[in-house]
Design a protein around this ligand. Structure first.
Ligand SMILES: O=C(COP(=O)(O)O)NO
Length: 247
């Protein structure tokens, strides 16, 4: 049984109702490869609005959540609130949460654990900074980030890992298929040795970082790339071509 290709569109802090209607229109028009799972990461304030108009073949995700069901955490949203609103997915540990908002490996791991306990499916993000790659620390960093999560959760069944090298995010400097495949392969080896061969085989690992309609097909050919987490390009009609990259 192979791993179902999964393409996420991370809208980040972008969009308004008019633009969301336009995105939904091109997703509805598609046509979307029926063999690909599609999830769009929507700003919290637009989750309910978007959920009501998305086509049935596109799932919806929050872009973040906190680590407890409720409490004095002004501004935060809990997994329970997402579940209460019928939101099935949440992106956690995106590099912007880590590097702009200071989320530690520990906090990211606690968030993943609680989101899974609440019944959500999680896209868990990892990835090295340019200076870490240039120092030859890519594996050290992504293994550290992954281990922090592995130490807190009991099952990877509802987790997708998104490897997003920070130096490729929003820069136009996409990792080459070889660069991405190398890290995905090392991650899968890490899972086999530190979690189980079965999880290593079944876990889906997305690549994210300047994925476009021009580079998606070559990236999708790599055996350990099971999908994408797309930022900027997910806001435009070419996102359909990225979704269909395996065709
Ligand atoms: O952050 C990203 C990637 O963003 P870009 O595709 O714009 O590089 N995905 O979560």
């Amino acid at each position: 049984m192979g791993r179902k290709f999964i393409v996420g569109g991370n809208w980040k802090m972008n969009g308004n109702k008019k633009e969301i209607n336009e995105i939904v229109a091109f997703l509805k028009a598609g046509p979307l490869d029926p063999n690909v799972e599609v999830v769009v990461g929507v700003p919290s304030i637009y989750l309910s609005y978007t959920k009501e108009i998305l086509p049935a073949n596109v799932s919806i995700s929050a872009q973040n959540c906190y680590k407890v069901p409720k409490g004095a955490f002004t501004g935060e949203i809990s997994p329970a609130m997402l579940v209460d609103n019928g939101i099935p997915w949440v992106i956690i540990g995106h590099s912007e949460r880590r590097n702009v908002f200071g989320e530690s490996d520990e906090l990211v791991a606690e968030k993943v654990a609680h989101a899974l306990e609440a019944g959500l499916k999680v896209i868990a993000c990892i990835g090295e900074k340019l200076e870490e790659r240039e120092a030859g620390k890519t594996e050290e960093v992504v293994f550290r980030q992954t281990k922090a999560i592995a130490d807190k959760i009991k099952s990877w069944d509802n987790v997708v890992v998104a490897y997003e090298p920070v130096w490729a995010i929003g820069t136009g400097k996409t990792a080459s298929p070889q660069q991405a495949q190398e890290v995905h392969d090392k991650l899968r080896q890490w899972f086999s040795a530190n979690v189980s061969p079965a999880v290593a085989e079944s876990l889906r690992i997305q690549y994210g970082g300047s994925v476009t309609a021009d580079n998606a097909k070559d990236l999708a050919k790599e055996k350990d790339i099971d999908g994408f987490l797309v930022g900027g390009a997910s806001l435009k009609p070419d996102f359909v071509k990225i979704i269909n990259a395996k065709q």
